[in-house]
Ligand binder design. Structure first.
Ligand SMILES: *Cc1c(COP(=O)(O)O)cnc(C)c1O
Length: 451
């Protein structure tokens, strides 16, 4: 007779978890989440936890948000999915109009896919093909320039423009080459002359690289304001605008990857707005559906779109599309998400919360193993160091970030680190009291592990 396995046993027997060493997973106890409500998650044993990473940076209005649930149900009663290959759909059309309306000016065309990685793949192919198809001698513009510590997804193309060695090193032989400019990592700035104050040496280095090779560079890819997965690395004020200037000066397209920073995360709807930047191509995913369903979009300008717009025989079609491109359920919930941003004044409401978090984080600075605290809106990274004065890092084997997050879990909050950086990414709807409680848990967890 077949033995009935527990749910956890089944998980360990059949599932290969993402970004996970399965030996460690299988040898340890694991949570199985059964439901969520507001900013709390509940496991199968009935324990509750704050969703302190917004289910990996996605969630905006909390779980089981009435308006979002209803938008999906209403669409479900019409149709769950129809293809966009040769057909249009109602919600994907309406969402495109809305996206053009809310994104930086000039982004007038919307190309859908279903994850941040695919949105980036599309941006890369679009930029590459654009230069092949416009008049003039631009065929050699086929390379990308990106930043160290960049993260743009896990598919082969998006990994090729990534710069997090831990994730990307092994795949090197599979990847196409991209130019890697310095990261605007002020806390660990590698430029000697920057010791006392920032002179934008990283930008000067970037300019040198672009100046030398712009004839070969199709586009620059950047996470505006914050390099997320690289460790919540916040760029100094003015950095993004300077990058835009360089792209203009050297005729290089600017691809802004707003997958993590978009949809309110940084305190404005899109991070580019902080420096009044309009990219040539912009990718959005994560928060687009309020964190409900997988959908993403790559937006671009009329100029790029028009380079593909011709008679079929000219062979300028953009041959790209996924089975679930522009899924109607996901598009419907995304529309409802954007409506909630407006109705509940999410961005306005966030401003006080951002200040509150900033004040609370002041206390963390006194801790002997907190080296740097980086915040942009409700996107926070706390970098732990072995020794404060020398900024000596904990070795990766110590897994200090993981340890802190496991203690936080015992205290009732789910968070996930990036190496030695403890990440706090609460859902944007979190109330002030909840933010304080979550920050207290992080504070106590850091003390438990490091003091
Ligand atoms: C998460 C992320 C991606 C990848 O998105 P997926 O939906 O996980 O494929 C791409 N770019 C940035 C900046 C991200 O944070």
């Amino acid at each position: 007779m077949k033995e009935e396995l527990s749910l956890l046993e089944k998980n360990k027997k059949y599932v290969w978890q993402p970004f996970t060493q399965m030996k460690e997973w299988v040898e340890n106890d694991q949570l199985i989440i059964e439901r969520g409500e507001g900013i709390k998650l509940y496991d199968t044993a009935g324990n509750e936890y704050y969703d302190g990473v917004s289910s990996i940076w996605l969630n905006v209005h909390g779980h089981q948000k009435k308006e979002l649930n209803e938008a999906i149900k209403e669409q479900l009663d019409r149709v769950a999915h129809t293809t966009m290959l040769g057909l249009a759909s109602v919600p994907a059309t309406e969402l495109a109009e809305k996206l053009v309306e809310i994104t930086p000016s000039g982004l007038n065309k919307v190309f859908y896919s279903d994850s941040g990685s695919t949105a980036v793949e599309i941006a890369l192919k679009m930029a590459f093909q654009y230069w092949q198809q416009i008049d003039g001698n631009y065929g050699a513009k086929n390379k990308f320039i990106t930043l160290k510590n960049a993260y743009h997804g896990d598919t082969v193309g998006s990994v090729s423009v990534g710069g997090v060695d831990l994730f990307h090193q092994i795949y090197k032989p599979l990847l196409f080459d991209s130019l890697k400019a310095p990261s605007p990592y002020c806390y660990r700035c590698s430029f000697e002359e920057e010791k006392d104050k920032c002179n934008f040496s990283c930008i000067k280095e970037l300019e040198k690289m672009i100046k030398k090779q712009h004839k070969k560079i199709a586009a620059l890819v950047i996470e505006p304001l914050v390099q997320g997965a690289g460790g919540m690395i916040t760029a100094p004020e003015g950095y993004l605008a300077k990058v835009r200037e360089l792209c203009d000066k050297y005729n290089v397209l600017m691809i802004a990857d707003e997958v993590a920073v978009g949809f309110g995360r940084t305190g404005k709807m899109f991070a580019c707005e902080h420096e009044e930047v309009s990219p040539d191509i912009m990718t959005v995913a994560k928060g687009i559906s309020g964190g409900y369903l997988p959908i993403s979009a790559t937006l671009t300008t009329d100029e790029i779109y028009n380079a593909f717009y011709d008679d079929y025989a000219s062979q300028k079609t953009f041959f790209h599309g996924h089975s679930f491109t522009g899924n109607p359920l996901a598009a419907a919930v995304s529309l409802a998400n954007i409506k909630l941003f407006e109705e509940e004044e999410i961005i306005e409401e966030m401003q006080d919360k951002i200040e509150l978090v900033k004040d609370k984080l002041e206390d963390f600075k006194k801790l002997s193993h907190v080296g740097d605290i980086r915040q942009q809106g409700l996107m926070i990274g706390i970098e732990l160091v072995k020794e404060k004065a020398s900024k000596e890092e904990y070795s990766w084997e110590e897994r200090i970030g993981v340890k802190v997050c496991m203690v936080a879990r015992e205290k009732g909050m789910i968070i996930r680190p990036l190496g030695n950086v403890v990440v706090f990414m609460p859902p944007l709807c979190s109330r002030k009291g909840e933010l304080v409680e979550m920050l207290d848990i992080i504070y106590d967890s850091i003390i438990d592990i490091t003091e």
